[in-house]
Design a protein. Structure first.
Lengths: 247, 586
């Protein structure tokens, strides 16, 4: 089999022994040219250094575990094909999160934010199973479908300048998820989500750089979701001053 | 060791575990549930299921059809009482998923749409484009957030069950962030930890699918049932093993050999027609399609590629619009991984290990033979899949039996009597010393070496076709690996997120599970469903219309016993595909 030797420069940090993160270089990694960066990391793990730690599972861009910064850009390492990189590749943990160890970051903050936006269907009236499904046309489905595609890989948090400045910001994926439910024809929970979504730390914190949408491996477009939420919230705000109008 | 208390501990937070947790919360919000998972819930492998979930809902369909498709598809090794329960419950479960927000694909009328799937006589597979498992998993995870009684410990690797006098008392788990072991005392435990495809080198399964829960229950005395039945999915991408959903063929894709010939017509699967016909040709069952590939390979009619032998999946005639609407992930994966666009190119595919029909033996209440221990999902064997699972029955299974496990776990705690603290803590300490021993040990065997040797031997001896001598050498290799594992090297001695340690523990589980597969396979001297023997070519109902039951033996091969199959209304018969199967034309 044809092989291609590459070098990985990996940011290491083992809290029990390292004062601060440092780059470790792994040279002459024999790679199949079809491989992704994750495969090269697994080669290192299996054959060169058992102590290197990173998360991964599905290897097919859907579990969202293996987000890393590859040559300066947040990527799923299972979707970062070696053919798109030079012979020396720099791999770092996602930015804007504390490093737990090596390429593993602490994502507690994100998980709390995801939970805070009430990301579940709040229907107008509870139907029993015997009453059958809620009807929803393909057009109604399309309104929110894109925003339901988020795999929580956190590339968007890694690139978001606002989250980097102020980690109170609810952030792209969680706001996109709130919008996914708000835009669902079966849902009436927008008001219940507003205290988080439309708070100071919610949509209004977004400075609309749009980098989140560019790095998203699933084309979720969190920036678009945030803009749409801003519009509906602004309309709510204005109509709240008009007597007799309930938004 | 830190002690945590809960009412019900659930090991695994994929589809089955999450569904079980919700069932508990809905049964009684005062009952505490603790989800223990080695990954965050949304990383669970349910997310990789693509095609859909079968459930009878349309007027042209009937529960009886789904029953017979499933029983025949499983080559009569299914328990028919379990199948009947399953097909009755699944439409309700799928509707419940809709109520929780699952974005099912729809018809213009607003009703849920269904698509054709292999081995099913009528279109009945609910789907969310080709990301059904992903949407189900996220819907379930997000729905659990509504219930304050559901707590989680994410990234905690369960190592041992605590069992006293045949009744489960809790679970020991390793907090990956700190390396600390925790003793979780629980009144009921549900294992929903998924399958074990990683015991093979070429699999659609994610890295996490190492059979941990199966091995944990097995070591605690539960039987692993029908482990020799391993499903090869006919269409994986070569090289990576990434799954291309059966939906590709459901939507009308063809399988072509090197001559561009739809070769399935040579294997008792009916005549080719331009439009798909259910239970015919490409919409036959997975075992038969994967076996046909093997025969084409023997005849030299597969395509030689840089990844080895492949066949071609032709979806070009479906058109870009349909592919983008129904199979967007398939297009993305094909372009990225093999550089072919299904809109314009033939996509190379080959059979790939996908699913374990076998698992922890349970009855139709999802109860194992250990008191208070329940199991559901791929790690369990109830058995609705028999010798060959039909595509789109597993997502339904994890909902139906996840919910049943949850409800019955609630029932169990009402009569639960705890063992003494000292007894529980003694077992916890034993588990701890086993793990700590790895840190003190001076082992020399490398994880990657043993893993490679194990998985390659599983492919060699327990692949699509098997024979006595092939399986025997696999059994020998597995025994050797099991022996050498006692001298495993833990090279990384640190505490925080030590994936060398978790990989050692996973390898230990893989070895136990592999041994049950190989030994069950050598003992089953017949061909049935996914278990095909070159030396015993036919099904032998007289001797083997039985479930194999593997019991743990610390010092050697598992003990294999047999359990009668439950037959209610369908007597074993020949499996019929093609025109005589009467499948719906699409």
């Amino acid at each position: 089999m044809e092989t291609r030797n590459i070098t990985l420069e990996v940011l290491r940090y083992r809290p029990e022994e390292d004062d601060k993160p440092f780059f470790q270089t792994y040279e002459n990694i024999p790679c199949d040219p079809d491989w992704v960066v994750l495969d090269a990391l697994n080669y290192v793990k299996d054959e060169m250094d058992r102590s290197l730690s990173f998360r991964w599972s599905c290897h097919m861009f859907v579990c969202g575990s293996c987000g890393m910064v590859v040559d300066g850009e947040p990527k799923l390492s299972c979707k970062a094909f070696l053919k798109d990189y030079g012979d020396k590749i720099r791999v770092e943990p996602l930015a804007n999160f504390p490093i737990e160890r090596d390429l593993v970051v602490v994502i507690d903050d994100f998980v709390e934010k995801l939970e805070s936006v009430k990301p579940y269907l709040i229907p107008k009236e509870e139907k029993t199973v015997d009453q059958g499904e809620y009807l929803q046309t393909p057009t109604q489905l399309k309104t929110f479908k894109q925003y339901s595609m988020c795999i929580n890989c956190l590339l968007c948090y890694s690139i978001c300048p606002q989250y980097g400045l102020a980690d109170e910001f609810v952030g792209p994926a969680a706001l996109a998820l709130a919008h996914r439910y708000n835009a669902d024809s079966r849902d009436v929970g927008r008001k219940a989500r507003e205290d988080v979504v439309a708070s100071h730390d919610g949509i209004w914190e977004c400075s609309f750089v749009g980098a989140c949408s560019q790095v998203c491996p699933k084309d979720v477009d969190p920036a678009g979701a945030i803009q749409q939420t801003k519009i509906t919230s602004a309309i709510d705000y204005v109509t709240s001053f008009i007597p007799g109008v309930k938004s | 060791m830190e002690v945590m208390n809960t009412d019900i501990a659930i090991v695994g937070a994929g589809g089955a575990g999450l569904r079980a947790a919700i069932a508990v919360a809905e049964a009684d919000p005062k009952i505490n549930v603790l989800l223990i998972s080695k990954v965050y819930p949304m990383r669970s492998h349910t997310c990789a299921a693509e095609g859909g979930a079968a459930g009878v809902i349309k007027e042209n369909d009937s529960l009886d059809y789904h029953f017979h498709d499933t029983v025949g598809g499983g080559d009569w090794l299914t328990d028919q009482d379990a199948v009947e329960l399953f097909i009755n419950e699944i439409p309700k479960e799928l509707t419940q998923m809709e109520h929780w927000g699952c974005p099912w694909s729809r018809e213009e009328t607003g009703h849920v749409a269904v698509r054709p799937f292999g081995g099913m006589k009528i279109m009945r597979t609910w789907f969310a484009a080709d990301k059904t498992g992903f949407h189900m998993l996220h819907t379930l995870f997000q729905t659990t957030l509504k219930y304050p009684s559901i707590k989680r410990v994410d990234e905690h690797y369960a190592t041992d069950l605590i069992v006293d006098d045949g009744v489960v008392q809790g679970v020991v788990c390793l907090e990956m962030r700190t390396g600390e072991l925790k003793l979780v005392k629980a009144k009921s435990v549900i294992i929903a930890s998924g399958g074990a495809g990683k015991i093979f080198p070429f699999t659609t399964n994610g890295a996490i699918k190492t059979g941990d829960g199966m091995a944990m229950a097995y070591r605690a005395g539960a039987a692993l049932k029908d482990m020799e039945f391993v499903q090869y999915h006919p269409t994986g991408l070569p090289g990576s093993g990434i799954l291309l959903t059966e939906g590709c063929r459901g939507e009308g894709g063809w399988l072509l050999n090197k001559d561009g010939y739809r070769y399935l017509q040579d294997y008792d699967l009916g005549e080719p027609t331009p439009e798909p016909v259910l239970k015919t040709m490409e919409l036959g069952p997975r075992d038969r399609l994967s076996q046909a590939f093997w025969h084409e390979q023997q005849k030299g009619r597969t395509v030689q590629s840089k990844w080895g032998d492949v066949i071609h999946l032709d979806m070009r005639h479906l058109g870009e619009k349909k592919i983008d609407e129904r199979l967007p992930l398939v297009r993305d994966l094909s372009r990225s991984y093999v550089g072919t666009d299904p809109v314009t190119d033939l996509v190379p595919v080959r059979p790939v290990v996908h699913y374990m029909m076998g698992g922890i033996h349970t009855d139709i209440a999802a109860a194992t033979t250990i008191g208070g221990l329940f199991s559901a999902g791929e790690c369990a064997c109830v058995s609705i899949n028999g010798a060959n699972r039909l595509g789109s029955n597993s997502l339904g299974e994890l909902l139906v039996f996840g919910a049943i496990a949850g409800r019955n776990a609630v029932e169990h705690i009402r009569s639960f009597k705890p063992a003494s603290d000292s007894l529980i803590e003694k077992q916890g300490a034993d588990a701890e010393s086993r793990i700590k021993g790895l840190f003190k040990g001076k082992g020399t065997e490398r994880v990657a070496d043993l893993r490679n040797k194990l998985t390659q031997s599983m492919e060699d001896g327990c692949g699509i076709y098997r024979s006595e001598d092939l399986i025997k050498s696999t059994c020998d290799v597995v025994s050797e690996v099991r022996d050498r594992f006692k001298n495993i090297a833990l090279e990384d001695k640190s505490a925080v997120f030590n994936t060398d340690l978790t990989q050692v523990l996973e390898l230990g589980a893989m070895i136990e599970v592999s041994q049950t597969v190989a030994v069950s396979a050598i003992e089953r001297k017949e061909s049935r469903g996914a278990h095909q023997r070159l030396d015993y070519e036919t099904r032998d109902d007289e001797k083997y219309l039985k479930h194999s039951m593997a019991y743990y033996n610390h010092n050697g091969d598992p003990r294999i016993d047999y359990l009668d199959v439950v037959i209610t209304k369908s007597q074993p018969a020949a499996r019929v595909y093609g025109a005589a199967a009467g499948g719906q034309k699409i």
